[in-house]
Ligand binder design. Structure first.
Ligand code: IFM
Length: 451
């Protein structure tokens, strides 16, 4: 692994850690609304306080510095950066400015995500990602963020996991705003693609030398058998899970077959003539979030029949179903398959040779063992170690990987699962806000120091 420029990092996201939802002129987001709606989030949890990072950011920068990372990936809350009229919100800008200055003082490079799911509620009131105009509002916000912070931030990511902000949010109903319409998910997906393209243009217009990326949770999808039908099922799912982003963003087209395969749910009339040219912008890097793999088989049911049988689903695809994951699972119920990460990275590099890739998130939730002498999380250490090896294997075969970011620095608000799942290298006692580095923190610290 290259030692000099390789980024060893940790990642977080605004709504998951910041709290202080009514401070500093922040406007409400769809996650405030969603988490305060009974039944949406486990145990009625919400991000009102979360890890109180808004007040404890200096302590958290100290944890990053002691950890030894040379990069920190975090997101800006759109509704902190701008007011309800879309104008710069100075108090919010000042908050991130202080954070960035503190990071730079500790030689930690800020890697900033513009959108990690906390859409201002006021934009959702106007249709959210179903409204094409939201993509233009995103570009306005991106321009403000880069104009305000681009003197110290070089690395800008437009979107985090647009698959979640469309399919989990508009088809499965599991994420804000909680809709359950397959056709809406496709429409939202296109508008997120458009936001990405417009966002890249806005970033570059403010900061021509910026390193611009997008982050996708590329799915490692494999057929459950080598039957032609299962292979075709896996290909269908890759189109709607992965190629729906990489196709427009990197090749300027939606994957052949996708529109026909989803015609029962949408006529795709939301794609305007010049959109694909806008969406395909040159990128400096591509972020891959990876946690687990999926095995799928051909199913006789259409999506509509599957929904009638089992309820809403995030997968907008006919005639496909998922094999129940086997083997050791994480506390999310996800399988542990580091080899699939190597496969994913090699597959990506074969399709887009030369485009630098970074692992923007990788990590695991487990039930940690909390004792008076520390928080013991050997399972997390094993998971991270195996996945770093998987990245090294991809690099050894020529994949240009430029960084690895653990998800996450801190235990935090795990969306619809609330605080019930812990991904952190650092245990957070939510009652006292005391931070306790886990064994995995010490392990990662040592692992980084070897490079
Ligand atoms: O917590 C999330 C994060 O916000 C996005 N990627 C996956 C993580 C774990 O589910």
């Amino acid at each position: 692994m290259k030692t000099d420029s390789f980024r060893w990092g940790a990642a977080t996201a605004s709504y998951q850690i910041e709290g202080a939802v009514r401070e500093g002129g922040r406007q409400p987001s769809i996650w405030d609304t969603f988490s305060h709606t009974p039944g949406r989030v486990a145990h009625g949890d919400n991000g009102d306080v979360a890890c109180d990072h808004y007040h404890r950011w200096a302590e958290d920068v100290g944890l990053l510095a002691d950890l030894g990372v040379n990069a920190y990936r975090f997101s800006l809350a759109w509704g902190r950066m701008v007011d309800s009229a879309g104008r710069p919100n100075q108090a919010g800008i000042d908050f991130y400015s202080r954070l960035i200055d503190a990071l730079l003082q500790r030689n930690i490079t800020p890697v900033v995500t513009l959108y990690h799911w906390d859409l201002p509620q006021i934009l959702d009131d106007a249709g959210g990602w179903l409204n094409r105009d939201t993509a233009y509002r995103f570009a306005d916000y991106a321009a403000i963020a880069v104009a305000q912070l681009g003197d110290r931030v070089n690395d800008w990511t437009t979107l985090n996991e647009p698959w979640c902000s469309s399919f989990l949010s508009y088809a499965a109903g599991q994420h804000a705003p909680g809709h359950t319409s397959p056709g809406e998910a496709l429409r939202a997906a296109h508008h997120l693609n458009l936001a990405h393209g417009l966002g890249v243009q806005a970033i570059r217009s403010e900061h021509s030398n910026a390193c611009v990326s997008v982050v996708c949770n590329l799915h490692a999808i494999f057929p459950a058998s080598d039957s032609t039908a299962d292979i075709a099922a896996a290909e269908r799912l890759r189109r709607v899970g992965n190629d729906i982003w990489t196709g427009p963003m990197l090749d300027g087209k939606y994957p052949a077959g996708l529109m026909d395969e989803t015609a029962a749910y949408s006529d795709w009339s939301f794609v305007h003539d010049d959109d694909l040219a806008i969406i395909r912008q040159p990128l400096d890097a591509f972020g891959v979030n990876y946690y687990s793999s999926s095995h799928v088989f051909a199913d006789k049911r259409t999506l509509t029949q599957r929904i009638a049988d089992a309820g809403p689903t995030c997968w907008v695809a006919d005639y496909v179903d998922f094999k129940t994951p086997s083997g050791p699972l994480t506390a999310m119920g996800w399988n542990i398959d580091p080899a699939a990460l190597t496969w994913l990275l090699k597959d990506f590099a074969a399709r887009w040779p030369g485009l630098p890739v970074f692992i923007s998130e990788n990590g695991a939730a487990f039930d940690d063992l909390v004792t008076p002498d520390g928080v013991h999380d050997q399972a997390r250490i094993d998971y991270i170690e195996a996945h770093i090896h998987a990245v090294e294997a991809a690099m050894a075969s020529g994949v240009p990987v430029t960084g690895y970011f653990v998800w996450s620095l801190l235990d935090n608000f795990e969306w619809a699962l609330g605080f019930s799942r812990r991904f952190g290298l650092v245990w957070v006692d939510y009652a006292t806000q005391k931070r306790t580095p886990k064994d995995s923190y010490t392990w990662y610290q040592e692992r980084i120091s070897r490079h």
